[in-house]
Design a protein around this ligand. Structure first.
Ligand code: GLN
Length: 487
C-alpha cells in the first residue's frame, strides 16, 4: 500500500519500525496535493513549510527516544472553521478572509500535543451552511471518485482530502450531517461524536446547540484513534462533558455480543435511491450473518427532523452571526454613508456574506421574531424533545440503529444549488443525531451502479461511541468497501 493510500495506523507502525519517516510521509502528502488538488479543491491553504518543519522535529524526537504522542508524525487536515494560531481561518467566507487567529482551538492543541502534523485547512460551505461546498466563497470541492459530482458538505474539503490521498486524517464539524454526509459521498469513515464529547473552543460557531467536531479517516480504527486524542472535558466550552474517554482503539476488534440492530421500517420509501436502499439492506444482512438480531424501530417524529432542524439551526445562526458587524470582526465595507453606523453594518454584512448565509440569517431572524417565536422556534424546540424521546425509546430495545446516510449518492455539482429546499430535504437521515445529541458514524458500505460511494449510518445512545465504533468495525471486517480508493 502506498503512503498516500495507507491508514494512519499503518503509517504509525511503519514509523515505529523505522521503515519510514514523518518527513517522507508529509512530503508524499504534499506532493500529492501539489499534483492533484487543483482538480479537487480540497484545501483553502496548505501549510507546506510548517508541516515539513514539524515532521522533521517529530522525526528527531523519535530518534532521541523521547516519549511520542499518539499521532506522532501523522498529517491531519483541518476544516477551515477551526482556529489554528497564526494560520488563516476563513470559514470559507469573505467575512473572515483575512482572519488570522491568535490562538489554537482545543482540538488543535490536542493534535499538537499528540505530535500530529497540521497539513492544511480544508474547504467547506461558508460558515458550514450547506451540503456540497458550493456555498464556499472561494471554490467548490469536487468528489475524488468523479469530479463532476459534489464531495458533499459542509466539510467536503476534509472528506475529499482523506479520500484523494492528501491526508490520512482530517477533522470536520457536524451540525446537521456535515461530517457523515461528505464521508458517505467520498467513501471514508466520518464520525459525529455525542454533543459535548469534543470541546468546541476555537470552532467558529454555526448553531451552538447542534455543532460538534469529529474525525474523517480511512478506516474505523483511525477514527477511534483520533477521537481518543481530541475528546474530553475542556472548561473553556461549558457544554463539553465531564465523562471518561475510553481508549476507543483497545476493544475495537472485539465483536459486540447479542447485538440488536435497529432499522427504520418506513422512513426509506419516498425519494430513496434504489442503489442506496440496496446497499442498506445488504448491510443489514451483513449484521444478520454475524449473528445480530435485526429489530424494526419506529421513530414517529423522524419525519419532522428536517423542518425542526431548519428552524433551530438558522435561529441559532442568526444570533451567532450577529457578531460580524464590521467593527469587532472581519470584513468592513469601504462604501457606506458617512458616520452612519447602521449603514456600515448593513453594507459590510451585505457585501461579505454569501446568499445561503443571508438566507439562513433571514429565516432565523424571522423564526425568532416576536409574534412568530411561539409558532416556529418554540414549536421546533418541542418537536426536538419528541425526536429525542423517540430515540430514548428506541434504544431501550436496540443497541444501535442502522440507516442510510443520504437518500442518494453524490449529486452533480450545480444540480441542487439553485434549489435550497431540495438540498435541505436530503438531510433527512443525518439531522436527527444532532437534534437528539447522539453519536453517529458513516462507514463505506457500497457503490452505486455508476460507481459513486454509498455510506451506511450507525447511531448509538449518548456517550456510546465505543459501541458505535465496535459495531462499525464488525461491518468493516466483513466487507472491503473501505479498502477501495478512487482512481
Ligand atoms: N446540510 C446541513 C446544513 O446545511 C448541515 C450543515 C452542517 O452540519 N454544518 O445546515
Amino acid at each position: 500500500m502506498s503512503i498516500t493510500s495507507a491508514t494512519a495506523s499503518e503509517l504509525l507502525a511503519k514509523m515505529s519500525s523505522g521503515e519510514i519517516s514523518s518527513e517522507e510521509i508529509t512530503l508524499a502528502c504534499l506532493e500529492e496535493i501539489n499534483r492533484r488538488d487543483a482538480g479537487i479543491n480540497a484545501f483553502l491553504s496548505v501549510q507546506q513549510e510548517a508541516a515539513l518543519e514539524k515532521a522533521r522535529e517529530v522525526d528527531q524526537k523519535r530518534k532521541s527516544g523521547k516519549p511520542l504522542g499518539k499521532l506522532a508524525g501523522i498529517p491531519v487536515a483541518l476544516k477551515d472553521n477551526m482556529c489554528a494560531e497564526g494560520v488563516a481561518t476563513t470559514c470559507a467566507s469573505k467575512m473572515l478572509e483575512n482572519y488570522i487567529p491568535p490562538y489554537d482551538a482545543h482540538v488543535v492543541e490536542q493534535l499538537k500535543a499528540a505530535d500530529a502534523i497540521l497539513i492544511g485547512k480544508t474547504n467547506q460551505d461558508e460558515f458550514a451552511m450547506g451540503s456540497s461546498t458550493e456555498n464556499s466563497a472561494f471554490k467548490t470541492t469536487t468528489n475524488p471518485w468523479n469530479t463532476s459530482h459534489a464531495a458533499g458538505g459542509s466539510s467536503g474539503g476534509s472528506a475529499a482530502a482523506v479520500a484523494a490521498g492528501f491526508s490520512p486524517l482530517a477533522l470536520g464539524s457536524d451540525t446537521g450531517g456535515s461530517i457523515r454526509q461528505p464521508a458517505s459521498f467520498c467513501s471514508v469513515v466520518g464520525l459525529k461524536p455525542t454533543y459535548g464529547r469534543v470541546s468546541r473552543y476555537g470552532l467558529i460557531a454555526f448553531a451552538s446547540s447542534l455543532d460538534q467536531i469529529g474525525p474523517f479517516a480511512r478506516d474505523v480504527r483511525d477514527a477511534a484513534l483520533i477521537l481518543e486524542t481530541i475528546a474530553g472535558k475542556d472548561h473553556r466550552d461549558t457544554t463539553s462533558l465531564d465523562a471518561d474517554v475510553p481508549e476507543f482503539t483497545s476493544n475495537l476488534e472485539q465483536p459486540l455480543q447479542n447485538l440488536k440492530v435497529g432499522y427504520i421500517e418506513h422512513l426509506h420509501e419516498e425519494g430513496l435511491h434504489e442503489d442506496v436502499k440496496a446497499a442498506t439492506l445488504q448491510a443489514l444482512d451483513v449484521y444478520k450473518s454475524l449473528g445480530a438480531e435485526l429489530v424494526p424501530v419506529t421513530l414517529p417524529h423522524a419525519k419532522y427532523c428536517v423542518a425542526t432542524y431548519y428552524i433551530i439551526a438558522p435561529s441559532e445562526a442568526s444570533s451567532n452571526l450577529a457578531r460580524y458587524d464590521g467593527v469587532h470582526y472581519g470584513y468592513r465595507s469601504q462604501s457606506f454613508k458617512d458616520k452612519d453606523m447602521i449603514d456600515m453594518y448593513a453594507a459590510s454584512r451585505g457585501e461579505a456574506f454569501g446568499d445561503e448565509v443571508k438566507r439562513r440569517i433571514m429565516l432565523g431572524t424571522y423564526a425568532l421574531s416576536s409574534g412568530y417565536y411561539d409558532a416556529y422556534y418554540l414549536k421546533a424546540l418541542k418537536v426536538r424533545r419528541l425526536i429525542r424521546n423517540d430515540f430514548e425509546q428506541a434504544f431501550q430495545n436496540v443497541d444501535i440503529i442502522a440507516s442510510p446516510v443520504t437518500p442518494t449518492p453524490a449529486f452533480k455539482i450545480g444540480e441542487l444549488v439553485d434549489d435550497p429546499l431540495a438540498m435541505y430535504l436530503a438531510d433527512i437521515f443525518t439531522t436527527s443525531a444532532n437534534l437528539s445529541g447522539i453519536p453517529g458514524i458513516s462507514i463505506p458500505a457500497g457503490m452505486s451502479k455508476n460507481n459513486l460511494p454509498i455510506g451506511l449510518q450507525l447511531l448509538a445512545p449518548p456517550l456510546e461511541e465505543e459501541r458505535l465504533l465496535r459495531a462499525a468495525r464488525m461491518f468493516e471486517r466483513e466487507t472491503d468497501w473501505h479498502l477501495k480508493r478512487p482512481q
